[in-house]
Design a protein around this ligand. Structure first.
Ligand code: C2E
Ligand code: CA
Ligand code: CA
Length: 459
């Protein structure tokens, strides 16, 4: 396991060595890497023996510099260099190409699996604590790999492919490994296209808020609405919020999007009868932002919407990235009278303990269970268990995704009081929400069946 240093001795001080060496770590630099890849590619032009190039980028390196000082940052980079070098496969090569970025060449690695395996090994090696004398620091790294010749035949092209793969890893959070493929490049291109269009749409006020009724399952009376984002782009057509919300999170403009949506939702909800609540989805990024409660309150105060009529839906996955900050945000929301529901319950890594540890008011049973409730006994058992548990914990429950009268009937029989789903109405625009309310008031509902029929008139 040695680094292939055929041409230059990194400790030598000849002008040539200096030009090809990273002074901090003693590794090769970008120029050296470029030479090596060119050499490999030209040697193999007739008979391409595949190799892979990879890039590792330290996650959150800047805060380390800011927090512990540049000397500590430098020390960590030297230790990273040392570790990477020590675990390189035979004939491998590693260079430092930017402050916290390292690139390597892995000969004879010619497929996704091989690259992934080495990526995992590097990842483990880099995640062990770094000894800084007076303290230990832990960090993670993200990786992008590009396999020659599929990901490019020239230096620039290969490095760009590895960089594209790294970009995707970074977007997906810390410690990710991505191997370049045409699909990934296409996914990123499309993401960028949607991002551009969405940024434009937010400024042009083209992202709308629709409202799906949440009803009392006994008589179908509307208790509130969940606000759901809607966006149709001239070129891209209808884009689902499941696509554009995560994209806005990933690319860092979810705050402005949420503010726009919450403002619109509250402006509509303010005119509903005062006994109706507005349920609004918070995105994961906002749950780890200590300013969230303040920001939400600022928006609804400006609109003049009563915080006691607002419920915020959050998911477990969102909470788990930083449970401490999440708990703080939730408590602050409570302090100003805003309620909090746990969305999509039963999916992800649901834990019953979580219901006790965090101060939720409501739980929304995920629609995958409701969907199966009349055909799959185990779905029925799970719903029953959730209902029993929530009753014990004094939590209200909403069943999501009710599409048929049979599902509604089953839920009622199990003791579920509140529901939402296409049976009672898809999300409608702001004027549609007022029509639904009017129709219900005019008709004086008797039971849930007549309610779903009535709402159907408006759909
Ligand atoms: P969600 O919070 O679980 O929202 C419920 C989704 O289920 C909505 O999809 C809704 O249209 C759909 N749905 C409702 N009833 C039924 C039914 O009976 N059957 C079926 N098959 N589906 C039903 P939508 O509007 O496409 O939203 C998808 C996700 O996007 C939402 O899931 C939520 O996570 C996110 N989202 C939507 N609007 C916003 C928003 O304003 N902010 C944030 N942060 N996320 C949003
Ligand atoms: Ca929701
Ligand atoms: Ca949901």
């Amino acid at each position: 396991m040695t680094q292939d240093d055929d041409a230059i001795d990194p400790i030598s001080h000849t002008p040539q060595a200096v030009a090809y060496t990273d002074p901090l770590t003693g590794l090769g630099n970008r120029r050296r890497l470029m030479d090596k890849i060119r050499k490999l590619a030209s040697e193999r032009a007739d008979d391409p023996a595949p190799f892979t190039i990879g890039i590792a980028n330290i996650d959150g390196f800047k805060p380390i510099n800011d927090l512990f000082g540049h000397a500590a940052g430098d020390e960590i980079l030297c230790q990273v260099a040392h570790r990477l070098r020590a675990c390189l496969p035979d004939g491998g090569f590693v260079a430092r190409i930017e402050s916290d970025e390292f690139a390597f060449i892995l000969p004879l690695v010619f497929e996704k699996k091989g690259a992934e395996k080495i990526g995992r090994m590097f990842k483990d090696v880099l995640s062990a604590p770094y000894d800084l004398g007076d303290r230990n620091v832990r960090l993670s790294a993200s990786f992008g790999f590009a396999v020659y010749p599929f990901a490019g035949e020239q230096f620039a092209e290969l490095l760009k492919s590895a960089d594209t793969a790294l970009y995707r890893s970074k977007r997906r959070g810390r410690g990710q490994i991505t191997i370049y493929s045409e699909e990934i490049a296409e996914e990123i291109r499309r993401g960028t296209q949607i991002e551009q269009a969405l940024r434009r749409a937010i400024i042009a006020d083209e992202v709308a808020c629709h409202f799906q009724p949440i009803v009392n399952l006994a008589d179908g009376a509307i208790q509130g609405f969940e606000a759901l984002a809607r966006w149709t782009d001239r070129e891209l057509g209808v884009v689902s919020p499941s696509v554009f919300i995560p994209l806005a999170e990933e690319r860092g403009f979810i705050d402005s999007l949420t503010e726009t949506l919450l403002k619109k939702a509250a402006e509509t909800a303010r005119h509903w009868p005062s006994n109706l609540f507005l349920s609004f989805n918070l995105s994961s990024a906002q749950l780890i932002d200590p300013a969230t409660a303040f920001n939400v309150l600022a928006v609804i105060n400006r609109v003049g919407f009563d915080p006691r009529r607002l419920e915020l839906e959050i998911t477990e996955t969102a909470m788990m990235s930083d449970p401490e900050v999440a708990a703080k945000v939730i408590n602050e929301l409570h302090a100003v009278g805003i309620r909090v529901s746990l969305d999509d319950f039963g999916t992800g890594q649901s834990s019953l303990g979580r219901l006790r540890d965090f101060a939720f008011n409501k739980v929304k049973i995920d629609r995958s269970f409701v969907n199966e409730i009349t055909v799959d006994k185990s779905a029925e058992h799970i719903v029953r268990a959730i209902l029993t548990m929530c009753e014990g914990l004094n939590l209200k429950v909403i069943a999501e995704g009710i599409e048929t009268e049979e599902q509604a009937e089953k839920l009622r029989a199990l003791g579920c009081k509140t529901g939402q789903g296409w049976l009672y109405g898809k999300a409608v625009d702001a004027p549609g929400s007022f029509s639904l309310i009017e129709v219900q008031q005019a008709a004086g509902l008797q039971d849930s069946k007549s309610a779903s029929k009535l709402y159907g008139v408006i759909r």
